[in-house]
Write a new protein. Structure first.
Length: 307
């Protein structure tokens, strides 16, 4: 493709361990299409940031899947269990109560506001080479975060990459928010898990979104207020993401919806699912690109031409 060809941008969504599917998508697409920019939210920010820094998919897979064996991530998985929030609320609540008894009560730290300090993942980010400025990246990159105080969404494109990704992955209640001046930044997935508009803001003509949302389970009996809270939040998030994804040119949805956001031991499974889903869509993407390129050439000759 030439210099003036259409720019392809990826919008990688959040989803914890399910986000390893992004690596598989990159494996399938990067060998066929030039990726010009990447935007990510939460886990998508981590995968996208690593790829923007070193656009070598095989190295990316080796490094990121390798960190799944780290004690920090294993402790998160052990705490949350192998269930999704919606499907395994009772198991999760039991695990959380056990955690409270063992750590909060025994250590008299009743006012603690998050489960993990963030050092577990900050050290990993250092090893991944993310402690650099955005200007050092090989590809344009952006990640999203939300200010807890104002509710405003922020597109992070300047400064330190590691700190920006730490803000984007700061799942409320699990990791502490990241301070930026007066702002308290947390996981961008709070207001939308797939940053389609962020990819557009980076200059993408064509946006390929990757969504790794969990299932919304059918619950026959909503017995408690907590049941209703979990279910309504899942419905709200799905509806919001559906609206956001309408703005993408393509949406890739790997078959990982049944996997818990904390199931890091299933990372390789998620990678394979991402690769399979992207491979199926490659012919359609290629056809779309060819049509758009032809339309662009005609527009140079006839400015009022529309494909």
């Amino acid at each position: 493709m030439g210099e003036k060809d259409l720019k392809i941008g990826l919008a990688l969504g959040g989803g914890g361990a399910r986000g390893f599917a992004h690596i598989g998508v990159l494996k399938a697409l990067a060998s066929e299409f030039p990726i010009h920019c990447v935007a990510g939210t939460s886990m998508g920010a981590l995968v996208g940031g690593c790829f923007a820094h070193r656009p070598d998919v095989h190295l990316l897979e080796q490094h990121l899947v390798g960190v799944c064996e780290r004690p920090g991530l294993k402790s998160i998985e052990n705490l949350i269990s192998g269930e999704t929030f919606a499907e395994g609320k009772e198991l999760i609540l039991q695990a959380l109560m056990s955690f409270v008894k063992k750590f909060y009560l025994l250590n008299l730290r009743m006012m603690r506001r998050w489960l993990f300090s963030g050092r577990e993942i900050a050290d990993i980010f250092d090893e991944l080479g993310l402690n650099v400025d955005f200007r050092a990246l090989a590809l344009p990159f952006a990640c999203t975060a939300v200010d807890l105080r104002s509710g405003e969404e922020f597109l992070l494109t300047k400064g330190n990459v590691k700190n920006s990704i730490l803000a984007s992955v700061a799942l409320p209640g699990v990791f502490p928010p990241c301070k930026r001046g007066e702002r308290l930044l947390v996981d961008g997935g709070v207001v939308g898990s797939v940053p389609v508009r962020a990819a557009r803001a980076l200059g993408a003509d064509i946006v390929i979104a990757v969504a790794v949302d969990p299932y919304i389970p059918y619950i026959r009996k909503l017995g408690t207020g907590l049941d209703i809270l979990f279910q309504t939040d899942a419905i709200r998030a799905r509806a919001l993401n559906a609206l956001i994804l309408e703005e993408a040119d393509f949406v890739i949805s790997p078959d990982v919806a049944s996997i818990s956001w904390a199931a890091f031991s299933r990372a390789r499974e998620c990678v394979r699912a991402g690769e399979r889903a992207a491979e199926k869509l490659k012919p359609e993407i290629m056809k779309f690109l060819q049509v758009k390129q032809r339309a662009r050439r005609w527009q140079k000759i006839f400015p009022f031409f529309r494909a």
